[in-house]
Design a protein around this ligand. Structure first.
Ligand code: TYC
Length: 122
């Protein structure tokens, strides 16, 4: 649709990786390739917090089932949380981290445990 007299013209459509066009003498337009400035996604740590009631075996199961740690690693992480109060289960993009937190909390509540699981910007 043509622009109305008082309406500012639409800005040119921007395609990532394509710079401003140059109209050449022969009637063609040359597009320049420009570096894309895509930032890598921000990462989030998922942490478990210690409490006095959740059984150690349940925490080890969570670390194996939801974070794919082997038994040895899961046990080490559980003991670190038990002694230091908190520990990192894994590092993920935002949506994946949020989903892990929801799944862990749901499993803990279903089993009747007060286990706390949080995410923090890494
Ligand atoms: N402190 C708990 C106990 O002695 C074990 C535990 C470890 C609980 C890690 C939570 O995130 C946790 N049964």
């Amino acid at each position: 649709m043509p622009d109305l007299p008082n309406k500012p013209p639409e800005p040119p459509v921007k395609t990532p990786g394509v710079g401003p066009g140059r109209d050449d003498a022969d009637g063609t337009t040359t597009l320049e390739r420009v570096a894309q400035k895509t930032e890598p996604p921000r990462l989030y740590q998922v942490l478990l917090l210690n409490d006095d009631f959740t059984p150690m075996e349940f925490v080890v199961m969570v670390l194996q089932e939801f974070f794919r740690h082997d038994l040895d690693t899961a046990t080490q992480i559980m003991l670190k949380i038990h002694h230091e109060g908190r520990g990192v289960c894994g590092v993920f993009t935002k949506d994946v981290a949020a989903t892990k937190v929801e799944l862990v909390l749901a499993a803990a509540r279903r089993a009747g445990h007060p286990l706390q699981c949080i995410m923090e910007a890494a």
